[in-house]
Design a protein. Structure first.
Length: 145
């Protein structure tokens, strides 16, 4: 087993990797969390969007994407997801660290509220009031750099 972290723009993904990314996001965010929403929102295709994932041979284990704001001048981490059987191995933290190394300036995200403490361990601070997004409590967070 060879675990690797990959970073690419969407147009650099091969069809199989793009399929695996969308499948993992659907398995966790739509099926596991029982939340019907439009995951394929068009932002994956933005020219400055970065896609980061951890693979183990041919299996995609964890993923996140980095977009430009809002707010303007920031980078936004989102769609942080880990396959159920690969959780608690530090993969998501590895991806966040890699995303931070690949970008500059402040970074924002909307954390599922139960993960606020986890993001705080990575240096993020609460940056607003909790809100519901598709029925799931989220908390805005920010990392100044």
């Amino acid at each position: 087993m060879t675990r690797e972290i990959h970073v690419a723009r969407f147009d650099e993904l091969d069809a199989i990797t793009a399929y695996r990314v969308l499948r993992l996001r659907s398995e966790v965010f739509v099926v596991e969390q029982d939340c019907v929403y439009g995951d394929i929102d068009g932002r994956d295709l933005e020219p400055d969007a970065l896609h980061l994932w951890v693979s183990d041979d041919d299996e995609l284990l964890a993923y996140l994407r980095v977009l430009s704001g809002p707010p303007e001048g920031t980078r936004r981490i989102g769609r942080v997801v880990t396959a159920s059987h690969a959780r608690s191995q530090g993969l998501a933290a590895d991806l966040v660290h890699k995303a931070l190394a690949a970008t500059m300036g402040p970074v924002v995200l909307d954390a599922q509220s139960y993960l606020v403490g986890w993001y705080e361990q990575l240096g993020f601070k609460i940056d607003g009031e909790e809100f519901l997004d598709d029925g799931i409590p989220h908390t805005p967070m920010r990392l100044e750099r």
